[in-house]
Design a binder for this molecule. Structure first.
Ligand code: UT7
Length: 342
């Protein structure tokens, strides 16, 4: 559906927080049968950050969110949207923990479960709330602690080497002269989101879940490693390339744009080879595809705001330049978001 033109939203104050502990590929090869060569060639990852206890997903989210709130001079937010696949607890989600730990008033806190697409789902939701006039300044956070939920034995090596911990955040605000004054301010032009639940079991963590009866988890499931994420890597790879390219082209075409009109693509970071292939399909120069995977791995819902925070720090984008983001992940879910520098 075409979006209402009455009120635009603007995303700004992108921030990130990464745990200090760096885990290199060589560190992992001490714990499982893997190598720096395999991980670098297959995925493009050299290192990732893993938390040291006791640090939870909401703790990381709070650290990123504090920086975002400071950047916007602690102006009051009237809603929180939090995206994660690794909440501190089975329930409630981390939205309420962000509200409490940040000392915010009793604003609504939404939790999104859209994995690697979580941030783009959150951006679409925030933008819709702004356009509808429901809220005017929304704190949007993506945060993950993967490291304590991975099988770090050789059995889990196909997944364990890919994931990192981290958090990213921004404000999505009804566009006013004031919001346009932030140095990293972007008009949210549009987004396009999709899902296909046929592929639930191609990338999932089945426990702890209500699909199990009469108990949700037992010793056998634990022994079999069914408490850890499982992935059909090749199938996910194939779908990721196809869907990220397809949704990006669809969104650009809808706005009469081609990849040449885009200053940067900030894609999800699951595998460097996926992003190189998406770049080729979009016919965009490799240096315009903004990657952070080498040092952070895949931080799921935190990935895109982390990438955006690096982009605005390291590049001076001209006014009106377009930034396109796209993501694909468990569900399957995928999507793209189009921003224009204010
Ligand atoms: O964020 C959500 C989206 N996630 C993704 O998009 C991830 C998509 N998938 C991928 O990125 C890739 O499929 C992987 C990086 C996970 C794997 O790369 P691949 O080229 O598809 O390798 P493969 O799964 O076909 O495995 C090739 C070999 C296997 O050994 P055999 O059967 O050929 O003897 C694996 O057992 O590599 C082996 N292998 C490893 N070897 C060393 C798997 N993981 C590792 C490892 N270290 N960590």
């Amino acid at each position: 559906m075409a979006k209402s033109d009455s009120q635009f939203s603007c995303a700004h104050s992108f921030s990130r927080h990464l745990p200090e502990k760096i885990v290199t590929n060589d560190d992992l090869s001490q714990r499982m049968d893997t190598s720096d060569e395999w991980i670098t060639q297959r995925a493009g990852i050299k290192e990732r950050r893993w938390v040291e206890a006791p640090m939870t997903t909401s703790d990381l989210g709070v650290q990123a969110a504090r920086q975002t709130l400071q950047l916007c001079e602690n102006k009051p937010v009237d809603a929180i949207i939090a995206a994660t696949l690794s909440p501190d607890y089975n329930f409630p989600g981390i939205g309420v923990q962000l509200q409490h730990k940040l000392g915010l008033p009793h604003v609504p806190a939404f939790d999104l479960r859209n994995q690697c697409s979580g941030f783009l789902y959150g951006l679409e939701m925030a933008d819709a709330f702004i356009r509808a006039g429901t809220y005017s300044r929304i704190l949007l956070v993506g945060a993950e602690v993967h490291s304590t939920g991975l099988d770090v034995s050789t059995r889990g090596r196909d997944i364990a080497v890919l994931f990192g911990d981290g958090a990213g955040s921004c404000i999505v605000e009804a566009q006013t002269e004031e919001s346009l004054n932030y140095t990293d301010s972007f008009t949210v032009i549009d987004s396009e989101l999709h899902s296909d639940g046929e592929f639930v079991k191609e990338l999932w963590c089945e426990n702890v879940g209500s699909a199990h009866w009469p108990v949700r988890v037992d010793a056998e499931m634990v022994a079999e490693g069914r408490i850890f994420p499982q992935m059909n890597g090749r199938k996910v790879f194939e779908h990721a390339v196809k869907r990220m390219a397809e949704v990006s082209l669809s969104l650009l075409t809808k706005h009469g744009l081609s990849a040449n009109d885009v200053a940067y693509v900030v894609p999800h970071q699951a595998n460097l080879r996926i992003n190189q292939m998406v770049g080729k399909q979009l016919k965009i120069a490799p240096e315009k595809v903004w990657n952070t995977i080498e040092k952070y791995g895949n931080t799921t819902a935190a990935t895109i705001p982390i990438g955006m925070s690096h982009l605005v720090e390291e590049q001076s984008l001209e006014k009106d330049s377009f930034v396109l983001s796209c993501a694909f992940g468990s569900g399957f879910t995928w999507g793209a978001g189009l921003l224009r520098k204010c």
